[in-house]
Design a protein. Structure first.
Length: 156
């Protein structure tokens, strides 16, 4: 069994620093991987590749192609979550936060938030089901208010 598949590793990885997280996942510790993990840890929200790229450019030089390679490697080794929408792909640290990513199927606009009400409902459901909630990530496809207005206008 690979280390990144073990339940113990999944529960404990949030308390690890980024270099330990990479080692436990069986990955070599590199500056680009550490930079991406630290950024996602600091921002505590899902980000698209361009947001990550521009944030990393503020402190270090990295090419966009290198960033795509790093993100793919981290996703394959189950270190980050990938939220695939119709027009954008968002990345977040796996299990680090309760995230709900809403992506409009009309315009591709995304809204990422730590939804308190949603969190309470999920926690209540888990409690009544007799399980312990450790975190969640939800990808929702929605139609934003602007696209809804545009559709209503087009229908009339």
């Amino acid at each position: 069994m690979l280390p990144h598949d073990s339940a113990l590793w999944m529960q404990d990885k949030l308390s690890r620093d980024s270099s330990s997280l990479l080692r436990v996942a069986g990955m070599k510790v590199t500056v680009p991987r550490l930079a991406v993990l630290e950024l996602l840890r600091q921002r505590r929200q899902a980000m698209d590749v361009h947001q990550i790229y521009h944030a990393l450019l503020e402190t270090r030089e990295i090419s966009l192609s290198s960033l795509y390679v790093v993100l793919k490697q981290l996703a394959v080794m189950n270190v980050i979550d990938v939220h695939v929408g119709p027009k954008k792909t968002l990345y977040s640290l796996l299990g680090s936060i309760n995230t709900a990513v809403m992506t409009c199927i009309g315009c591709g606009k995304t809204n990422t938030s730590d939804l308190e009400l949603f969190s309470r409902e999920v926690a209540n459901h888990c409690e009544t089901s007799g399980v312990v909630l450790k975190g969640f990530n939800v990808d929702m496809l929605v139609i934003c208010s602007n696209c809804r207005k545009r559709q209503v206008h087009l229908i009339r």
